[in-house]
Design a protein. Sequence first.
Length: 229
Amino acid sequence: MNAPAPTQDELKAMVGQAALAYVPRGEIVGVGTGSTVNKFIEALATIKGEIRGAVSSSVASTERLRALGIEVFDSNAVDELAVYIDGADEIDGRGFMVKGGGAALTREKIVAAQSRRFVCIADASKRVDVLGAFPLPVEVIPMAARRIMRQFAALGGVAQVREKDGAPLVTDNGQHILDVSGLAIADPLGFESEVNQWPGVVTVGVFAHQKADVCLLAAPQGVQTLSFG
């Protein structure tokens, strides 16, 4: 009989473990947010004596790292990180991504910009030809939300305020998230640059200027490595 296909949880654990090969020993590691990254954090704890610590992109990841005995540094205390390891909601063939499903996109982009190398860890279902099928997260200042929703409507997108427990979700930065569906983002660099200019936008969840250098994709056949120039 054929072995059963690995579960999503097992795929995440597989790619989290594979990411350890990209962790420079003796350095501080940039760590992202999300369920796949949680598996990486568990793997990272097995070599915690070989790294100095981590810079984290969210309160949730910070708490998880510290619970496993990994020191977490403030990003302002570190000039540069050798590597940032994080997941993605979508990634295309050039290493451009949509991120922010876990509402940590602003801090994720900050830590990515601080790092020399971005290693994306994901399962194969996140690989797409064109970004936009996953609703695009955009962190916004609340007073600007309605106007920004109208600006997305002019581009053919439908935006709604993300909620939690019947009220707008509040990010770690005290802001709100818009989730925008109906977009096909053929020019991620241009799109990110445009939306960044809209007053009230804190961060758009297109990671094109801070794209992945490497992506580790977990599939039932094993982990596939994609490298982007």
